[in-house]
Design a protein around this ligand. Sequence first.
Ligand code: GLU
Length: 357
Amino acid sequence: MKNSVKIIQSTSVMMLLILSLLAYGQTQKLPNVVILATGGTIAGAGASSTGSAYTSGQVKIEAMIDAVPNIRNLANLRGEQIANVGSQDMSVKVWLDLTNRINELLKGPDVDGIVITHGTDTQEETAYFLNLVVKSDKPVVLTGSMRPSTALSAEGPLNLYNAVAVAASPKAKGQGVLVVMNDEIHGAHNVKKMMTTPVQTFQSPEEGPVGSVIFGGVEFFNNQNGLNTVNSEFSVEGVKTLPRVDIFYGCADASADLIDYMVKAGAKGIVIAGVGDGNMNAPVLEAVKKATASGVKVVRASRVPVGVVLIQGEVDDEEYGTISSDQLNPQKARVLLMLALLKDRSREDMQKLFIEY
Ligand code: GLU
């Protein structure tokens, strides 16, 4: 009798041991994804589930992960809080902190992918910045939400679930930095925030999204254009700040003295959010000519949301010393110009960068 109890006991212990080992093995097989949180509406909270008033960056990353059912089945997850701001307050300092942390994490064999939670207002700028300075081909995915966590039909939890699925997917390796929102995967080079509040705000109007992610099912059907990550020549290792680059918004009868002011204030570069094909009125062109002659680099982008700015089109770039942003909108052209200004380069070399990146 005693012996049979012992046998049953030791069999149960063995079974438990085997089950634990199996469970451990399962956990081990999952990819390791780190979520770096920076705030935004995805971490926002408001008093009412149907009101539009809320404050960004209220919920901490661990609470955000816990709010997403089954997310831990996709990857071994851990979170780090890098910042907790609405992305209108995103800064070069956070960009540099984020880059250094991502490069450090991805160097290790124990991290397979990174997700960054981020406000949507400047998400495309951060994504494009990281696209140029992350030194790894492992997946780096930004996500956010348009509705705060307390809103009716908040889409943040599904966006986070899908972003983790993409960061955990071997298919995302070598795709550059990505933005996952509203079931779509976009390349950092092309993605733009196109609408003020709807959930379908992120679009890649020139090239389309690079893939889709439906309840964690990842498919890629395109590659983003432009050099990125391991193929990018840019690095912010040891960099503490970036040169000042301002954006001038073109319009009918625009005031040219604003260009003079930017130069006086210390801008090393100016991006023109020009009318049409990166154009500007005659007084602004003259102010730009003066600025470029003094060594300031001036890039012509467009306030029009879609399309390429032509080199030597209606504006004579050689005469005015200007550079075309090619496909980049003004805010992304500013990011590339800030990085390009870390080195002394001719106008021609700068123009080449805008075509390649
Ligand atoms: N201003 C907020 C932000 O960018 C709102 C946009 C959002 O996150 O959806 O953080």
